[in-house]
Design a protein. Sequence first.
Length: 339
Amino acid sequence: MDERTAQELTESAAIAQQKGRHLDAAAMLHEALTHDQWNGGSWRALGRSWYELRQLRAAENAWHRAELLGSLDGPTARLREMALIASGRKAFSPEEVGARARSFNHGALPAIEHFVADAEFRLPVLFSLGEQNRFQAMLTIDDGPHPQTSRVILKTLKDHAVKAVFFLVGSSVEAYPEIVAEIVADGHYVASHGWRHERFPLLSPEEMVDEMDRTERALMQFRPTPKPYYFRLPGGDGWADQRVHAAIHGWNPDVVLVHWCVDSTDSMAPFEFLDKEARELDAELRVLHTLTDPAFSAPIILAHDNIVVLRTRDPAFYHQFYSRLIEETRRCGFEFVLP
Ligand SMILES: [Zn+2]
């Protein structure tokens, strides 16, 4: 497919959209977008307007969502409708999306449970805040601290008067104690994310204990050891691994593995394809993606500090992403809470 064909696809998509064939439009736009990304191009090079870019990115989200939902059993019709709204919408209305998001329940995604306390696991695993707290949200921020990114996040949280849970990497706590002190001074909750962000299932029991122990010794300098002891596995890996449960339980039986039910997908932002304005737009669309997640009830939201995988630490992305996430989550009726 050459550039002109991508242009034609975009035009055909616009016609389909006018006729109310939103899913067809999303498919065509998705094809054009994929083509462009695989060729390392940028929408700017194709002369797209900001508005078109916004529509295309929304369509891409919608298409992925529709594909995903199509593979699920159960009440997918309404979920599919969400994707149609996202693809066909000209102006995103948070109230509308929020109302719809709240109307879903966990039955839509049966794999997501509030709490896994099965006998085969030694430690509880937390996915959400529970149905009784469905208008509450816990914002969790992994992988910090880092001198280039943590402070813009702290400033954004402070401007919005939001407290979050920072799952910190122990070796970075040791390297940047002054930033950890600022996080704690701002009233946020600091918790362990392992010493070096190693994948726990790949470690020996002794290595797992060492990761836990070294990180807690670093964190103890900023707050007393909490009980229950919230811990997020690096990458979330090992939450259903009995070896991991046994090793961590042996270290401290009060550990709760804090997973998540809503991934903001901030760590998958395709920065290498985007200029600054587009990055900020991307941040905004990731918020849309998050808020249209059917699991967005009493959510534990996964987000990141120091997204090293992206090879960029652009503060503009973090500011835009967290501002929009907080504003829209509140406009949808949720309040942020700490453990
Ligand atoms: Zn992480």
